[in-house]
Every structure is written in C-alpha cells, then in structure tokens.
Design a protein around this ligand. Sequence first.
Ligand SMILES: [Zn+2]
Length: 81
Amino acid sequence: MARASKNPEKAGEGGDVVPLRPPTKCPICGKPAVREFYPFSSQRCADIDLNRWFTGAYAIPVVENEPPEEAPNAEQDDGEV
Ligand SMILES: [Zn+2]
C-alpha cells in the first residue's frame, strides 16, 4: 500500500498554495498590493493616488479671476508695471 507521495501533476511549485484572499492589485501600477500600504503596492503609489485626489476630485472647478477678499496684499502684484 505504497502511497504515491510525489505526483508530478500535483507537485505544484508554489501554484498549489491557495491564499485566503486573492491578491489585490495596486490601482496605480497594477502590482500586487502589500498589507502595509493596502490597497497599494508601496508608499509611492499611495502618495500618487492621494495626489490624484487633491489635484483631481478635490480640485475646485470654479476659478474666479478676482482675488479673494481676504487678500489685502493683492495690490503688490501690480507694482511691476
Ligand atoms: Zn503600485
């Protein structure tokens, strides 16, 4: 009753181990995300995503030419005429 301990078809070289969760891909570069920077692959990708938020979604589309009332120093810009 010898039990075949080595089956060529089952001798998975790393492919036989199924993780509990499928690896999450980094939305920035597509590399597998790491736990420390989840859901990103690195701090750099996390910064890039954060920067996208600031420059994209959080950007105010309405741009007025008039300076805000809280800028008393606005006149200094015209001193170079
Ligand atoms: Zn990444």
